[in-house]
Write a protein of this length. Structure first.
Length: 442
């Protein structure tokens, strides 16, 4: 039988353990409230703690609205700060805002020539990549300049100018541990690299000479005890080892231009790509060349919604495909894993949901009655999914019903390309010229 001293010591140990677990839970909850990168925590588009409003609009459940310079990057949040990028006549800007009131606290500018902008180049414009934050610094990427890091008060920490500007750089930077990951796929000289987030010093660079222009954000896939850097590209999906940039595996047969970002759930990796008109031309050329040399036609490009199993090495095209969807493939909006389902949104307001274990459609091409183009990726919280159209309609559906039950259709009447952010009770929506915070009145 234990003595009183032994019992007291054991009780003290248990109390300390419970206190540690409680503090850990509080810490995790606080971290979960942040929206630190493109598509939020882990790049998945999901908040497990937020409860944003269902119904909102220009005059309904508006906590605040602030005018900001034009840009397409999505807002990111850490603590009481919001960060985004923009483009002005004078150059490219990174902005820090107060989350409670929407006040612009600071703005830092990188001067740029007018020829660097979209009007002259015909390209998409430099203020598209979404910044990323680790809660201590914020990192912004501008394709025609490079990468720049600030502390949370806007003081510059370091900058790295690209040796070769990339006007087509749209994919956002991400953080993996102490590494800032940047993908620069372009017509010539494509690569993926990692820089020390504290100093900006190059840690590794892996050339991607066979890849052309890509517009997808990379993804950090954590499964079991392994983690991989997933980078979509022209014709292939690649996995790299984050500490050193070595290629781990590849999956062949995706579209020529990667336009949406991967996600994961239930121990599967999900990726979506769709062929465009120039894919058909490239595929026809490849087939003609193959016919001339071997008599066998082969197309390097394909499309579909993919579910891949973990644990692959080398070429996993024939070995690790769990299932593939070939209908209702979105163009730019990334797939969303939530509540055991994979959701997609196609231009025209066509929403689909799949059971992720089998790939069986729960519903396909159901109309939201919001006949728009969809560039923003869907986001989810509180058993709801939010779909944002370019013309300013944000549709909210139930995430668990057998049909896409529309809970609200909110009309902002402004152009929206950026993906919304979900924090606490708030939905942050960046339109072309404004940033809104929507919360239910209390």
């Amino acid at each position: 039988m234990a003595s009183d001293d032994e019992f007291s010591a054991e009780l003290t140990m248990h109390l300390r353990l419970l206190l540690t677990l409680a503090l850990s839970s509080v810490s995790l909850a606080a971290i979960a409230e942040d929206w630190p990168q493109f598509r939020g925590p882990g790049g998945r588009g999901v908040s497990e703690t937020a409860r944003p409003p269902i119904v909102f609009g220009p005059t309904n459940n508006v906590s605040w609205k602030v005018s900001i310079p034009p840009g397409y990057s999505s807002p990111v949040v850490t603590g009481q700060r919001i960060f985004l990028t923009a483009e002005t006549e004078e150059g490219f800007e990174t902005l820090g805002l107060d989350r409670k009131e929407g006040r612009i606290l600071w703005r830092q500018q990188i001067p740029a020539k007018k020829s660097d902008g979209p009007e002259e180049s015909g390209g998409p414009g430099p203020a598209i990549p979404t910044p990323v934050t680790d809660g201590k610094s914020v990192y912004a990427l501008f394709g025609t300049f490079g990468v720049i890091a600030y502390d949370l008060d806007g003081r510059e920490r370091w900058r790295h100018a690209f040796a070769k500007p990339n006007r087509e750089a749209i994919g956002s930077p991400i953080l993996i541990h102490d590494l800032l990951i940047v993908v620069s796929d372009q017509q010539d000289g494509s690569y993926v690299e990692a820089r020390d987030k504290q100093t900006g010093h190059l840690q590794w660079r892996t050339e991607r000479p066979e890849f052309r222009v890509s517009r997808a954000t990379p993804f950090h896939w954590v499964h079991g005890v392994r983690d991989e850097l997933i980078v979509p590209g022209s014709g292939r999906l690649m996995a790299y080892d984050p500490p050193n940039g070595r290629v781990k595996w590849s999956y062949s047969g995706t579209a020529r231009v990667a336009t949406s970002s991967p996600t994961s759930g239930d121990n599967l990796l999900f990726s979506s790509s769709t062929k465009q008109a120039d894919d058909m031309t490239s595929a026809a050329s490849a087939a003609a060349e193959a016919n001339e040399t071997s008599g066998v036609a082969a197309s390097p490009f394909g499309d579909g919604i993919l579910a891949l199993r973990p644990g692959g090495m080398g070429d996993i095209t024939l070995t690790h495909l769990a299932w593939k969807g070939v209908r209702s493939i979105p163009y730019a909006a990334s797939p969303l894993f939530y509540k055991g389902r994979l959701f997609t949104i196609k231009s025209g307001g066509m929403v689909s949901a799949y059971d992720v274990k089998s790939g069986t459609p729960i519903y396909v091409d159901e109309r939201l009655d919001a006949l728009e183009t969809y560039y923003a990726s869907p986001v989810a919280a509180a058993d709801r999914v939010y779909f944002t159209g370019v013309d300013g309609i944000i549709s909210v559906i139930s995430a668990t019903n057998s049909t896409p039950t529309i809970l609200a259709r909110n009309q902002l009447r402004e152009t929206i390309v950026a993906t919304p952010a979900l924090v606490d009770q708030t939905l942050l929506v960046r339109t072309l010229k404004s940033l809104y915070a929507f919360s239910e009145a209390r």
